[in-house]
Design a protein around this ligand. Structure first.
Ligand code: HEC
Length: 210
């Protein structure tokens, strides 16, 4: 008897829908653009492509997104500014929170977007200067991005000849299995004589030129 009662409560709790946000309209679009490159059949992680697949993960999805563990990025936010950062916007996070707290409604099939197609990942950009330890630029260099080569926790800055310091990249929990470049939102002009500081012993990076 008691067991039956609990089951009924759990089932009805799921049915109370208190949000207009649905999987079909809003959430699938977020997952398709931010998550499905890895979370799909044949991807590197379990699929989140359908409501059925995503529904059991809703609590974890919320947790991973709010703590910014997913999508994996590997650098401290706010130190440097990157155009390929896949982090969710505050508005997208709010949609996920409201959806998960509002009964996790599926919505109507007709609102579902087309599932995305995935080309081969572009791979890491080639070329650039390999930097190990502190490094002084012998000529003017327009920095377009940074590729971790032998990654380790590091806080990279550029020290310009006029003494000013530019934050570049603060790597933390970067996972080589999710290797990706950090592409600057705006290319940065570094005069000859600029020091790149912060690559610890044993680690290396590549500076990409614009
Ligand atoms: C670059 C690939 C990649 C992207 C993009 C990505 N994930 Fe993941 N995710 C993984 C892998 C791989 C795992 C398996 C556990 C691990 O290695 O961290 C995982 C694990 C998870 C888990 C399970 C965590 C747990 O409780 O163990 C959740 C939930 C999750 N991802 C949600 C998301 C969401 C939501 C997004 C998009 C906002 C996303 N992921 C984007 C690769 C990715």
């Amino acid at each position: 008897m008691r067991l039956l009662f609990l089951v009924c409560v759990a089932a009805s709790a799921h049915d109370i829908i208190t949000t207009p946000i649905t999987w079909s309209r809003e959430i699938s679009r977020i997952i398709y653009t931010r998550c499905a490159s890895c979370h799909r059949p044949g991807g590197m992680a379990f699929s989140l492509m359908t409501y059925k697949e995503a529904r059991p993960w809703v609590v974890a999805i919320r947790e991973e997104v709010l703590t910014r563990r997913m999508p994996p990025w590997g650098a401290v936010k706010g130190f440097g500014d990157f155009r390929n950062d896949q982090a969710l916007t505050p508005e997208e996070m709010e949609l996920i929170v409201n959806w998960s707290e509002g009964g996790v409604p599926e919505g109507e099939e007709k609102h579902l977007p087309k599932p995305p197609k995935f080309d081969k990942p572009p791979g890491l950009p080639k070329g650039g200067i390999v930097v190990k330890g502190d490094y002084q630029l012998g000529r003017k260099f327009t920095l377009d991005g940074i590729v971790p080569v032998a990654a380790a926790p590091m806080k990279l800055v550029a020290e310009l000849p006029d003494g000013s310091i530019e934050p570049l990249l603060w790597l933390e929990n970067y996972r080589p299995e999710f290797a990706h470049p950090f592409l600057l939102r705006k290319p940065l002009d570094l005069p000859a004589g600029t020091w790149i500081r912060g690559v610890p012993p044993g680690a290396s990076i590549r500076l990409l030129q614009k």
